[in-house]
Design a protein around this ligand. Structure first.
Ligand code: GLC
Length: 608
């Protein structure tokens, strides 16, 4: 056997024996930079080269607006950045996003060890922070579709658009189980039962692909752990006062499903469980999530989540100690990241936070960065720029809109509409992209108006019929019309601003419009654009037809497809529809009389 071959076999044999305990062999450079080595080996080698400040920096996720320049990323040795809901580059275009990402990434690579950063955004219904991206229906509408395969495809499409801007971490999906529709984040939930969020966790597989380092994959985030949708009174960031048995039965299963799917990160909820802030919840994070469920990825705090532990502004050493020891690996500390690093360094030096905890957090963070392939491909894969807002993705969104519509009332077969009929359209949500997209749309809170390109519901109706008259407030309706369509409901909101502690009815604008239509005597079909059921029991009797449209996003034509019967509605309620706001919380199995029960949804009989 020639020496060369023998040497080759020898090297191969040694190579095969390489384990996470094997010290890095002499090579051209540091072992962690060798892409052929097992991730565990690369992590061990890199960790062994890191100073305490390297490690502390890796655990920080700053808001991009919280760094004065990319140079701060280098000096702070920051492990991550994020764009919060309203933190978009100017101008807001896919290319400026990609250039921004690459600028920050090059700064991270300029650190002594050249550890790439990971960058997070809330792409919660498409890459919704980017102008021109495809905006899919919010989760509650996807829950109504009952179509996990569709949701997986949406995850993939979203991941491709996110990848086209360089971003590699998506703070989605929300796997919350919305038990009280007063909650301002009900629309971010797939529904009121754990089975829906569990079934729709397919979105994680869409986002992450079969490998995190495959082109177009991004790291997903199961959020918000745990029980955010179960707070008393549906108060956002409130207190979930239930037994451990109920927490495990209702709110935990979607997170188990996410962990079983290999979700890369889990975000901690602002809420409390029986008075204990989740951000200081060692039992549920360390013992249940990491040990019992075997979660090996990154536990990330919510935005300033550590600050909120004591309910006062800013974070204290005690809050930092509690949150890191509770198992939080990466801290979303938008602006005061240097103070956090300094505080945590002192806590480590005092022995209040063990170095082993810091090392565990870094192993988790570095493991994901290696798995994402960031050391080999740190910059934007601009091949995916062309997927942003592409026809394929918009067609997928259109199908999602169709499948999410829920037909709740159809007296005398008023639906489907006749394309040759004389149709009067009214309502503040008929021709408003912002209202039909809801919160988290090119801005945290979303906003009314032409905020994104796409098709409004009215535009969809007009493309199906030439005899359409539109008046937002219903002025001009008369007996000459065969049918009136009133597109009404909510205006955009996000998080606490969406809480409804008082009434949950239609607003005065909508009530006035509906009254005009009622007074005309023309049969009225109501299309409700909302992030949750509304209290409509007093009005629904006046309506000939009712479709719950949820928050359909950029492809409003999908609503018209259902109205005209080009798609026979298949949607089913993912939440129980109250008879009155006073019934909240009301959920399937309560045994109480609903206006429309969980799972309810009509379709058109064959002979229309
Ligand atoms: C927000 C939300 C969370 C989001 C994070 C970053 O406050 O609670 O869902 O991922 O901050 O924008």
């Amino acid at each position: 056997m020639g020496l060369g071959r023998g040497l080759a076999i020898g090297t191969l044999a040694v190579g095969l024996l390489v384990t996470s305990e094997t010290p890095a062999l002499a090579g051209n450079g540091p072992a962690y930079k060798d892409s052929w080595r097992p991730v565990k080996v690369r992590v061990a080698d890199l960790l062994g080269r890191m100073s305490l400040d390297d490690k502390l920096g890796q655990m920080m996720q700053a808001e991009r607006l919280g760094v004065k320049s990319p140079a701060d990323v280098t000096t702070g040795r920051l492990g991550s950045l994020l764009s919060g809901g309203s933190s978009q580059p100017t101008p807001n275009t896919p290319v400026t996003w990609a250039d921004m990402y690459d600028g920050f990434q090059k700064a991270a690579l300029a650190t002594p060890l050249g550890i790439p950063l990971v960058y997070g955004v809330d792409a919660v219904h498409g890459h919704n922070g980017v102008y021109g991206a495809t905006v899919f229906p919010h989760n509650i509408g996807l829950g109504a579709s009952r179509d996990p395969r569709l949701v997986q495809k949406i995850g993939r499409a979203t991941a491709e658009e996110v990848s086209g801007t360089g971003i590699d971490w998506d703070f989605a999906p929300c796997l919350c189980v919305a038990r009280n529709d007063r909650w301002g984040r009900t629309y971010e939930s797939f529904g009121e039962v754990p089975q829906l969020a569990t079934e729709m966790s397919t979105v994680i597989t869409g986002l992450q692909g079969t490998r995190l380092d495959q082109p177009g994959s991004v790291m997903a985030t199961a959020k918000h752990y745990v029980g955010d949708g179960g707070t008393t009174g549906g108060v956002n960031e409130g207190n979930t006062e239930i037994s451990e048995q109920e927490l495990r039965a209702v709110h935990l299963p979607p997170f188990k499903a996410a962990v079983d799917r290999g979700v890369g990160s889990v975000m901690i909820s602002y809420s409390s469980w029986n008075g204990v802030k989740m951000h200081a919840g060692s039992y549920l994070i360390n013992d249940v999530l990491k040990k019992e469920l075997g979660f090996k990825g990154i536990v990330v705090s919510d935005y300033n989540g550590v600050d909120k532990i004591d309910g006062k502004t800013g974070f204290t050493p005690e809050e930092v100690e509690a949150s890191i020891n509770a198992g939080i690996d990466m801290v979303m500390v938008p602006y005061n990241w240097q103070t956090f690093i300094d505080t945590l360094r002192t806590l480590v030096q005092q022995g209040r936070v063990p170095l082993s905890r810091i090392d565990d957090a870094n192993r988790r963070i570095l493991t994901k960065k290696f798995e994402l392939g960031l050391f080999e491909h740190p910059l934007t894969d601009r091949r995916f720029l062309k997927t942003i807002g592409s026809k394929d993705h918009r067609d997928l969104a259109l199908q999602a809109v169709r499948e999410s519509q829920v037909l709740l009332k159809n007296d005398h077969h008023v639906l489907p509409l006749l394309k040759h009929g004389k149709i009067f359209v009214a309502g503040k949500n008929a021709d408003d992209m912002g209202n039909q997209s809801g919160g988290w749309t090119v801005g945290w809170q979303g906003t009314s108006g032409p905020v994104i390109p796409g098709t409004t519901i009215l535009q969809g109706i007009r493309s199906s019929s030439s005899k359409v008259t539109y008046a937002k407030d219903g002025t001009g309706i008369d007996q000459s019309y065969d049918v009136a369509v009133a597109v009404v409901g909510e205006t955009p909101y996000a998080e606490t601003k969406g809480d409804r502690p008082q009434g949950m009815g239609l607003d005065d604008t909508d009530l006035a419009t509906l009254q005009k239509l009622k007074d005309s005597g023309v049969p009225t079909v109501v299309v409700l654009v909302s992030g949750r059921p509304l209290d409509i029991a007093a009005q629904v009797g006046d309506w000939a037809g009712l479709v719950e449209s949820w928050l359909p996003g950029s492809e409003g034509a999908g609503v018209a497809d259902v109205l005209f019967g080009d798609y026979n509605p298949t949607g089913k309620l993912p939440v129980t529809w109250m008879r009155s706001a006073g019934q909240q919380p009301i959920n399937v199995g309560d045994g109480r009389p609903a206006l429309f029960p969980f799972g309810y949804g009509l379709h058109y009989s064959r002979h229309w």
